[in-house]
Design a protein around this ligand. Structure first.
Ligand code: TYC
Length: 114
């Protein structure tokens, strides 16, 4: 009976005929990254203008959208800045926290699975 060793599988032309091919076939279906929400948290000390600046700078919001989101966070305690892949969400959280710390503001930002 034929085994499953070298030379037994279908020929994908990637092994120079020695039966020891490298897996070169590419997947045709794309996998969407798991989405993550970036959340801005309220506090009593960070100036409203600074929060608006963060939303404009790191989330590319217009002045109107940034003001709306900032006021929502101020009134409700938490608000969504955007939805991203894990890597992008993590980067944006770090950028906001670093920028806030550099300016001596306690502003906090976090992420959660969307
Ligand atoms: N509550 C802050 C103040 O009254 C403003 C603020 C809004 C702070 C949103 C953080 O994520 C925040 N100065």
């Amino acid at each position: 009976m034929a085994g499953n060793g070298p030379g037994q599988g279908p020929d994908h032309g990637d092994d120079g005929g020695n039966g020891l091919g490298v897996a070169t076939r590419t997947r045709t279906r794309t996998k969407q990254p798991t989405p993550y929400r970036v959340l801005m948290l309220n506090d009593d000390y960070t100036p409203m203008e600074f929060v608006v600046l963060c939303l404009q700078r790191f989330f590319r919001m217009s002045m109107d959208d940034a003001t709306r989101v900032m006021l929502h966070v101020h009134q409700r305690g938490v608000g969504v800045c955007g939805i991203f892949s894990y890597e992008v969400a993590e980067t944006k959280v770090a950028q906001v926290i670093d920028f806030a710390r550099a300016n001596q503001h306690p502003l906090q930002c976090t992420l959660e699975k969307a």
